[in-house]
Design a protein around this ligand. Structure first.
Ligand code: CAO
Length: 493
């Protein structure tokens, strides 16, 4: 009996000795006793670490409040979806405790302590807030979470900003997969997860990977350099929306290709003429008007006529028909085939229709014109257009072909595009741009969706002398000609 009493006193002495060591290891610099005996519990108030002793024993079980760590992506609360443990269960480090769901991700929370679950703080479907306790764990004496850093510093599960850094790390654009406990282990050892080679399922970084990296950091990097990129993405953390990665530094090219030097040259030739004309054009108050024409009938007609003109060696595009129709419409709207003087005091209605065609050549934009379109047949127009086009491409157009225009067309659709904003060629007062003829769905008169060949036409006119309504009426008449090529035959002189 006396020896049993002596043994009990000895155990009490050892326990108090341990307690004083614990006090001195508290990192909060408390000057007074912070772990004090209180209804057979020892409480470190600042860290919420409960050291419970139910009997005088050399083994000190700590009751740790395991808090919901910051799981990144700005998540502040989660819904508890499933518990994997119940009160009384023994858990080891990295064992799954529960699954939580945020509006962005489903996350499995794992234990960072070894011990017995003594309390669950939430029911399934409850909302748990980040930084609040999830479970209490009565830790084993050899629990890694407590022995590694000491009881006074190990209890808080709330991630700091450096935790965030760990939880959001990415490898080559992919999110690093690791449980919060593994992230914390990495953080405590100041290891970047992106430097560690992952050997877990779906590229997950395991505790062993971190430990291996601690032993030999060079292994992780070398392995990573040769690691295949095709590792499948996250399973445990499944972001419903990709998080944009915004770089704050400009991209530096990995390969420096030889770059030429800037060089300056004189603007001359056709381009010099363009500078002068377009600068002058910019002084004209211009309005724009757009419409779409159904070219289906014309596409059909051209395909039939083309075989005949091909036999005669004449390339037959849509332009000769469009030019003829434009000329017929200009006859009804002569103000568009006119010119004004520099001060816009006089307008001259032109007797002939010399229709300029904007041409894209190596030397730049040129606008030769087909003279007397009103008097030429469509086949003659095609022949004349062929001549101007071949001379233009050869850079051999003469002054007579390039001067005397009364109205202009720009078939930008021959290159591509739907709309353009053509610029008037002074002293002319209007110009039209033709978009690409595209196959598009449209409604017919019976409300059925049908396949149509649609071309958008954009007009520009000098608003000092042309009203919008005038231009719209002209456009409507032209539209009726092009949509019903039979009408061209009817009015052709
Ligand atoms: N939509 C669909 N196809 C078109 C088209 C259009 N708007 N315009 C021409 N095409 C077709 C032609 O029918 C021809 O088809 P095929 O090979 O089946 O016969 C093919 O495209 C080539 O036509 P093209 O360009 O040789 O002949 P064109 O008479 O239609 O046009 C020209 C001649 C000089 C207007 C044109 O070649 C050109 O240079 N356009 C560019 C104009 C330009 O640069 N404008 C911008 C001015 S502002 O900077």
């Amino acid at each position: 009996m006396a020896s049993a009493l002596r043994r009990l006193k000895w155990e009490k002495f050892r326990f108090l000795n341990n307690l004083s060591k614990r006090k001195s290891s508290c990192k909060q610099n408390h000057t007074r006793t912070i772990c004090q005996r209180k209804t057979n519990q020892y409480v470190c108030h600042s860290q919420l670490v409960l050291c419970r002793t139910f009997h005088w024993s050399p083994v000190c079980h700590e009751l740790v409040q395991f808090k919901l760590a910051d799981i990144g992506e700005g998540i502040r609360e989660v819904q508890l979806k499933e518990w994997f443990v119940k009160v009384g269960d023994h858990v080891s480090q990295f064992d799954s405790i529960c699954e939580v769901q945020s509006d962005k991700a489903t996350v499995t929370i794992t234990s960072r302590y070894k011990g017995i679950i003594s309390k669950l703080y939430y029911d399934v479907d409850d909302i748990a807030l980040v930084s609040t306790p999830l479970v209490d764990i009565e830790t084993d004496a050899d629990s890694p979470g407590t022995t590694q850093s000491g009881s006074s510093s190990s209890s808080s599960e709330v991630s700091s900003s450096s935790d965030d850094e760990h939880s959001m790390q990415r490898i080559r654009g992919r999110k690093v997969l690791a449980t919060p406990a593994v992230r914390r282990l990495a953080m405590e050892n100041k290891i970047k997860l992106s430097d560690v080679e992952a050997t877990g399922k779906d590229g997950r970084i395991l505790k062993d990977d971190i430990l291996k990296y601690i032993e030999d950091p060079s292994v992780g990097k070398q392995a990573k350099a040769s690691a295949p990129l095709a590792t499948p993405p996250a399973v445990t953390v499944e972001p419903s929306k990709p998080t944009p990665v915004v770089s704050t530094t400009p991209i530096q090219p990995r390969i420096t290709l030889p770059v030429g030097k800037d060089h300056t040259e004189k603007i001359k030739g056709m381009r010099k003429a363009m500078v002068k004309t377009m600068t002058e054009a910019n002084n004209i108050p211009t309005f724009g008007y757009d419409d779409e024409f159904d070219m289906s009938a014309l596409v059909d007609l051209r395909s039939k006529v083309k075989a005949i003109t091909d036999e005669k060696g004449v390339k037959f595009s849509y332009m000769p028909i469009i030019m003829k129709a434009v000329s017929m419409a200009l006859t009804e709207f002569p103000m568009l085939n006119a010119s004004v003087d520099k001060t816009c005091e006089n307008i001259t209605y032109k007797a002939v229709h010399n229709i300029g065609i904007a041409m894209d050549t190596q030397d730049g934009l040129i606008v030769p014109n087909v003279k007397n379109v009103q008097s030429l047949s469509i086949f003659e127009l095609a022949t004349e257009l062929n001549r101007l086009q071949s001379l233009g491409l050869a850079g051999k157009l003469g002054t007579s072909d390039l001067s005397g225009g009364t109205f202009s067309l720009s078939n930008i659709g021959a290159i591509g595009g739907t709309y353009a904003r053509p610029v008037i060629l002074p002293p002319e007062v209007s110009i039209g741009a033709l978009g690409k003829i595209q196959t598009l769905p449209r409604y017919d008169n019976h409300g059925n969706v049908v396949k149509k060949h649609i071309m958008c036409v954009s007009w520009s006119a000098d608003h000092r002398v042309i009203e919008g309504a005038y231009m719209a009426r002209f456009s409507n008449l032209l539209k009726s000609f092009l949509e019903n090529p039979g009408l061209i035959m009817l009015y052709l002189r």
